[in-house]
Design a protein around this ligand. Structure first.
Ligand code: SF4
Ligand code: ZN
Length: 741
């Protein structure tokens, strides 16, 4: 244990506790002790303090109490005579620091300073935590990097960000060095920073690093199901992070000609000491004293003096991250960090499809000898032929993939085809939306300048398909059509195939099969949750249909999707079967004894955390409201999606609440036992529009063709009273129905 680090960290902790104290005192004078203090849209109070101390902070008075605890943790300031060479002191100083920092960051919201400003995003709310945190826990993201400081140059900052993105590592950016932060460097270079690109700028102050740690602490509470009470739970939360959230800190600075203490300040040492408590090691390009022996972290605590170009590899090694990283033969970077990246009109070199030109993608099965492996053929002009583009710089596109494999099956085609989107969007500079014959793809000027051509898109899909589906895909060839006559000729043939597929699924009913499927993918963080998936009800995340599960089971018989024999019927209306009950009881680790597939009121499905929508009963209105994840406003219940999600998720069976996938809303089995779609009284306007086509078909079947118009939304009602008078006014069919409870 280095004396210099310990001393600096403890000094830093004192500074932060003092700062928090002064700011609290000041605001207490004007607002009083009962003033509310909170972060936006979280059910976890000040999450880190809640996790570490078990204290639920609501008011300034509560914050004063927490700060007292922080003060009590402060070890004596080391002097020449008093020197305690234990890591324990530094760690305590780190915890005290985090508590003080969280109070400081929360006070900003109260002091009128908006931490969500310009490029800075401030606190991460629970809704984002659920969608993004899952990826950390289930391995889609191997880990996160909290970057503190800045790179010596903008170019190095871009390079470092790209390296992390390519490895799917989530990046949190905070703090600064010599007045510059890495996020600002990236912004100057026009790099897109948000949750979709895996680059998340928290704030310029060092205390903003606390948001990365309160994100990690909430991951343990949300996905690990740990409820904080005191020391023991705090220890569990820290351990959960050490074992499951593979994170590390990159402390960056420029130390040429600058004294090290200016590069890494006391405040940064103190914050780093906080991170070490989580088992997150600190890697630095600066020459600071190292802490190598292992103990709290899985590996070393502080590794310094690592050259910038080696820092990512070093961090991966130290933290023991498992990274699936394939180098594709393409001239641009590739990784999930680019998946959500947009290519704006002024950045665009060319686009395909959209509303301008016909375009489609199709994947079909072929015999082994019909496919030449990884062969990509372009029929028509490439994207360097400006004359082939229209005035919108658009070209037509037919993207035709032929797959062969001894175990390949026609039913897998749509499952594999849907992956084209994911594969292509992960290339830096390629934007891809939609599927089938409504795709829209853009390629950026930058990617074009780097040499990206259509052939590369074919290569990506061919290689990735084999890599991700080795059990069923042996050979892939891709034909790309850009000549308009050819695209027009092929399009109707593709449409015929889409239609046949749709009829296969849409035509299916729960009654005609004797087997449903389970999905337990989410048990990694909601240990008792199981989705029961039938032809007429998909998984609550919206990603798994019955056909998908069947395909997944065939691809991997020991995977997360297992067949469930329905067995003897117990209650046809509510959807209860002996076989399903038994399976759910076992798979939910004996927590769910009975299961009703078609009801929200009696023994409904449990909910993990990734539902597309929440259905909630509003007894006064005799119906239910549905709110989708994208909707950020308040529902008539006075709660937002994220506030509701807090009480619905976690794998519990909660009558009156249900997490569902969007497609289920227009299913014939939607709350069949409780009255079906006629019970829906409120949905956000955007959701109504999104599902309109399918929903109206269903409404007609139910004999209420104008049901969607009678369903209220946020533009017409704000609370339950208004909702009730609206329902009366429009004569919503629910008014004729008996009470729902
Ligand atoms: Fe599977 Fe259900 Fe989780 Fe979706 S929500 S991944 S269907 S367990
Ligand atoms: Zn889930």
């Amino acid at each position: 244990m280095s004396k210099i680090i310990a001393t600096a960290a403890i000094r830093g902790a004192y500074k932060y506790v003092k700062e928090a104290e002064e700011r609290l005192e000041k605001i207490l004078l004007t607002k009083g002790k009962d003033a509310k203090i909170s972060f936006p849209n979280t059910a976890y109070y000040l999450p880190l303090i809640y996790a570490l101390l078990g204290i639920k902070i609501n008011t300034l008075e509560d914050a004063v109490m927490a700060l007292k605890e922080a003060k009590a943790l402060l070890p004596p300031l080391p002097t020449e005579n008093l020197w305690l060479p234990y890591l324990g002191n530094t760690l305590d100083a780190g915890i005290a620091t985090l508590i003080a920092e969280e109070i400081i960051e929360a006070l900003k919201y109260l002091e009128g300073e908006n931490p969500q400003d310009g490029i800075w995003l401030g606190f991460t709310d629970d809704a984002i935590l659920r969608t993004q945190g899952i990826k950390l826990v289930d391995g889609r993201m191997p880990g996160f990097a909290a970057i503190v400081g800045a790179c010596p140059s903008n170019a190095e900052a871009v390079k470092l960000a790209r390296e992390l993105q390519e490895r799917n590592i989530l990046v949190f950016l905070a703090s600064s060095c010599q007045g510059v932060s890495m996020a600002e460097q990236l912004a100057e270079e026009g790099i897109e920073m948000n949750w979709d690109t895996f680059l998340v700028p928290y704030g310029k102050d060092t205390s903003a690093v606390v948001h990365a740690l309160n994100f990690a602490a909430r991951a343990a509470m949300t996905f690990g199901g740990i409820v904080p009470k005191g020391l023991e739970e705090a220890r569990q939360i820290l351990l959960y992070n050490k074992n499951r959230v593979h994170a590390f800190v990159l402390a960056l600075g420029e130390d040429e000609g600058v004294p090290p203490e200016q590069v890494i300040s006391d405040e940064k040492y103190a914050t780093a000491a906080g991170a070490i408590n989580f088992g997150f090691p600190v890697i630095s390009n600066v020459n600071l004293p190292q802490i190598l022996p292992t103990g709290i972290c899985t590996y070393e605590h502080v590794v310094s003096n690592v050259p910038l170009e080696k820092i990512v590899d070093k961090a991966i090694e130290v933290r023991g991250l498992k990274i699936k990283f394939s180098k594709l033969p393409i001239p641009v970077a590739y990784g999930a960090g680019f998946e959500g990246e947009r290519v704006r009109r002024n950045q665009m070199h060319v686009q395909f499809g959209g509303k301008y030109q016909p375009a489609f993608e199709l994947l079909v099965t072929r015999e082994m000898e019909e496919v030449e492996n990884e062969k990509v053929t372009l029929y028509g002009p490439d994207i360097d032929k400006e004359e082939a583009m229209d005035e919108q710089k658009t070209m037509p596109l037919g993207f035709f993939v032929e797959v062969a494999g001894r175990k390949m099956h026609k039913d897998f085609e749509p499952v594999l085809e849907r992956h084209i989107h994911h594969f292509l969007s992960c290339a830096n500079g390629v934007m891809h939306t939609g599927q089938r014959d409504n795709i829209w793809t853009r390629i950026s000027k930058e990617a074009f300048a780097k040499g990206l051509r259509l052939e590369h898109l074919g290569k990506i899909v061919a290689i990735k398909l084999k890599e991700e589906f080795p059990a069923i895909v042996d050979k892939v060839q891709v034909s790309i059509y850009t000549a308009i006559e050819k695209v027009k000729e092929l399009l109707p043939q593709a449409q015929k195939i889409y239609k046949e597929r749709d009829e296969r699924v849409a035509g299916m009913s729960d009654e005609e099969v004797d087997t449903f499927f389970s999905c337990v993918l989410c048990q990694s963080y909601a240990p008792n949750h199981v989705c029961v998936i039938s032809p007429e009800r998909l998984g609550l995340c919206g990603a798994y249909t019955w056909l998908d599960c069947r395909a997944a089971y065939e691809i991997n018989p020991r995977g997360a999707n297992q067949p469930i024999k329905k067995g003897r019927g117990i209650d046809e209306l509510r959807g209860e079967w002996e076989g399903i009950n038994k399976f759910v009881y076992e798979t939910s680790k004996h927590t769910i004894e009975r299961f009703h597939h078609y009801s929200i009121m009696s023994f409904p499905e449990s909910s993990c955390g990734c539902f597309e929508c929440i259905v909630a009963v509003i007894p006064e209105a005799k119906g239910v409201m549905i709110v989708n994840r994208e909707f950020s406003g308040d529902t008539p219940l006075g709660m937002s999606f994220s506030a509701l999600a807090g009480s619905v998720g976690g794998g519990n069976q909660v009558p009156g609440f249900l997490g569902i996938g969007k497609l289920f809303i227009s299913s014939r089995k939607f709350l069949k036992a409780d009255g079906g779609i006629k019970r829906i009284v409120w949905m956000p306007k955007e959701l109504k529009e999104e599902i309109r086509e399918r929903f109206e078909k269903r409404a007609k079947e139910e004999g209420v063709p104008d049901l969607l118009e009678k369903i209220a939304d946020e533009t017409v009602v704000k609370n339950i009273e208004e909702l009730i008078s609206y329902l009366e006014k429009v004569k919503h069919p629910v008014w004729e129905m008996p009470s729902i409870i």
